[in-house]
Design a protein around this ligand. Structure first.
Ligand SMILES: Nc1ncnc2c1ncn2[C@@H]1O[C@H](COP(=O)(O)OP(=O)(O)O)[C@@H](O)[C@H]1O
Ligand SMILES: N[C@@H](CCOP(=O)(O)O)C(=O)O
Length: 293
């Protein structure tokens, strides 16, 4: 059985804990019944001993698998990871979503995507990453009575994602602690209006509105000042023609979106100005998590 799940970019500026989209960078795992438990790792995190000895995917998979099957069985897990760890591209959501989906699939139990989302909430209580990881595309999501309520939109092939990935990880848990406890009425209204405008712009494909709508006063400046070079990355992306440029999740990646024809030029400019960062341009993912026999 093969499971693949996309990276995500959450918040998209003003939509803190609410907006997110899926990017065509995937983690894939092949799971086979085996006489002994064994793990192989390729790609992102393959040198990280935690992923070999105390792997979050395997812990969540085992919890669900034992609960569903009530028996002990061993598996071989072959991971190929494209999503970098703790860079704001939803690596933890990718793990949570794919581990739950795998446990159900290996037991042959059908799991609809809404139920998968609700189960994933137990591990990540903000829905902005898990929703695009499950559904693909652009998503607006909230949580009510332990259920994810969301609206999704397919993203067209005429758009590209360009991500600038610093070599410094930022833990989401710690980056959440860096935020203020309280916000002024002005900042709150600013974010409500911008997040609403941004959502409307995505839904109506009014791409020229993204730049104005993607401004934020709730989280980016508090987080980006810990890595001030990110402000230069953002300015360079916008100056080179990006439609929008925002901190991806809690960082450290900077996410930009552009028309397909502009992506190569923006990518080249970012590579030239920031040679010490990894710059990648990808399509958007409209499928979300996929399970194949
Ligand atoms: N491919 C992976 N396999 C196992 N665990 C992973 C993997 N990717 C991420 N994790 C877990 O998720 C943690 C990172 O979560 P988080 O700080 O929320 O990062 P992100 O911003 O990428 O979601 C890692 O420390 C690790 O425990
Ligand atoms: N809304 C969350 C999103 C965290 O995304 P991640 O990709 O960094 O896990 C936040 O901003 O804390």
């Amino acid at each position: 059985m093969r499971i693949s799940v996309p990276a995500t970019s959450a918040n998209l500026g003003p939509g803190f804990d609410t907006l997110g989209l899926a990017i065509s960078l995937h983690n894939q795992v092949i799971i086979r019944p085996s006489k002994f438990h064994s793990v192989s790792l390729r790609g992102e995190g393959s040198n990280n001993p935690v992923l070999k000895d105390n792997n979050m995917f395997i812990a969540i998979f085992n919890d669900f698998y034992h609960n569903l099957s009530k028996r002990k069985r061993h598996f071989r897990f072959e991971f190929t990871n494209e999503v970098p760890l703790s860079r704001g591209l939803g690596s933890s959501s990718a793990v949570i979503v794919s581990a739950i989906a795998s446990a159900y699939a290996i037991e042959g139990i059908k799991l609809d995507k809404q139920k998968l989302l609700n189960l994933a909430l137990a591990y990540e209580n903000h829905p902005d990453n898990i929703t695009p990881a499950v559904m693909g595309g652009f998503n607006v999501a909230t949580v009510q009575d332990n259920e994810v309520k969301f609206i999704r939109k397919t993203l067209p092939k005429s758009l590209k994602a360009i991500v600038v990935i610093p070599n410094r990880p930022i833990s989401t848990q710690l980056a959440r602690k860096a935020l203020p406890f309280k916000y002024s009425k002005e900042d709150t209204v600013f974010n409500i209006s911008h997040s609403s405008l941004l959502t409307a712009a995505f839904m109506t494909e009014n791409w020229d509105m993204l730049r104005a709508a993607s401004l934020d006063k709730v989280h980016q400046k508090y987080r980006m000042k810990q890595m001030p070079e990110l402000f230069d990355v953002q300015k360079t992306a916008l100056k080179s023609g990006a439609l929008m440029s925002t901190l991806s999740g809690s960082g450290s990646t900077l996410f930009s979106m552009s028309h397909r024809d502009d992506a190569q030029r923006i990518e080249a400019e970012l590579k030239k100005r920031f040679p010490h960062f990894k710059v990648i341009s990808r399509n958007f993912d409209n499928d979300g998590v996929r399970v194949e026999d």
